[in-house]
Design a protein around this ligand. Sequence first.
Ligand SMILES: Cc1cc2nc3c(=O)[nH]c(=O)nc-3n(C[C@H](O)[C@H](O)[C@H](O)COP(=O)(O)O)c2cc1C
Length: 510
Amino acid sequence: MSDFSNSIAYHYHDRTKYDPETINAKGRQIDWSQQPIPFKEYKIGTIFDLKPYISDPIENSNDPTTKEWIRLSKLLLFSYGLTAKLPTMFGSFIYLRSAPSAGGLYPAEIYLISKGTPLLPAGIYSYQPQTHTLILFWQDQVWQKLQIACFRNPVLEKTELALITTAIFYRSAWRYEDRAYRRICLDTGHLLGNIELASSINNYRAYFIGGFQDKMLNDLLYLDENQEGAITVIPLEDKFKNPSKFNQNITALPSKINTNFPKLKDGELLPCLHQSSSISATEIQDQTRGENNYLEDKYNFPFCLKVSIKSQPIDWKNNLSGLENTMLNRRSTRSYTGANLNKNELNALLDFTYHPENYLNQNLEPNPDYFSLNLIETFMAVSGVEGLEEGCYYYAPKAQELRQIRFKNFRRELHYLCLGQDLGRDAGAVIFHTADLNKAIEKYGDRAYRYLHLDAGNLGQRLNLGAIYLGLGVSGIGGFFDDQVNEVLGIPVDEAVLYITTLGRPRQGY
Ligand SMILES: Cc1cc2nc3c(=O)[nH]c(=O)nc-3n(C[C@H](O)[C@H](O)[C@H](O)COP(=O)(O)O)c2cc1C
């Protein structure tokens, strides 16, 4: 395999690593006076109020149009709606949403494009979580332009609605500087996890498109490319209308590999990676670089302890009511007691996250879209799980077993690796999603960086929802000492750590 360590994606990853030697070297203070507002308001346009459709009496309506509105209203509320309001010491409020977000900064925005339906006239809408409304700010037929921007992805021929997630970079970069791009994509991945599941609950099939012409799509949405950019397109198929199957949806296309970038100063890495990983109209799309379907799990270690992790599926109860409630009430756990989890809980959680095919009879999508799932691996540090020896394991999703790499209690080390966050130390299990960056760049160019973090966030959201439903505590961790994680836990050095999810017993009230 060629060496792509001179690509911008690789360079970005290396330069944005947290390292114990340098993390405090810059002595940077957060400028609270510049804290971004997490809402983009559209003041002019036609307002479609979605609030009436989430109140109890109307939920039982038999009117077909009302029912359509209810589905759309719930889809957006469960995906990215406001679900909690916390008072601040200044008398204002912080609003939390159904999707988690690193630092609560919510860099993602949701747009909707309609081809023209009885409910939604053709045009471009912005979803406004603060009022739970859609604002039609551009009334025109733009579906064909969307199709062209998405290289005529076939799912757009059979659908009439598409969500588009965009990111406003500064919202996250204000706090996390260049490393923010990782969190922006992870956050968006969590949001995609919600959109996918909320779509199933409301009888839509959500498809993901990550390969599109960036400039064309950004222009279509009137985005300022210096500040923001489209990240994903999500056509929604109405399962009540001629459901057709697109089993081979093309979710990811490669971009170029940029090795010819100038010496970048701090603050220039994020925009350079985003720009370099964009796709333009003139690029010929070669979709066949590298092999994507692996029959075997990537790692098998001779003589290692292997533990079967098979489980009954999680029962989400009547009409997925358990999942609905979880999506509306989910919160990131702020503190764990340090008490043990048990292995059955872990088994069930891994089943829901990595085996969607077991949920078909509960009306969930058995084969949900990802961008580059075959390139992502899962490792787990077990510090306190009843029925499981302490240590670090590789999770083999196909064999459904944990394969032990190291046996040791890593609590003290996990505390350090998670930048001194108690969540790492007190968790019963800590999950690491990783990828071989070189291999990913070979297949998807610099854009691989987006796809990997989107998928890791999406898996993180399934872990979050499953954990909360099972009564466990859970929180994502986006800040960690990158190289030290591999070193300490014995995770192969080629596996770049993308994201951490901690699982533990929640402390009361946290
Ligand atoms: C990508 C990502 C990274 C996160 N990193 C951390 C972290 O390092 N430490 C932490 O305590 N919480 C972390 N969180 C949790 C957020 O702080 C939390 O989602 C946010 O405060 C909103 O609260 P909620 O999840 O309860 O809605 C992270 C969440 C995401 C999605």
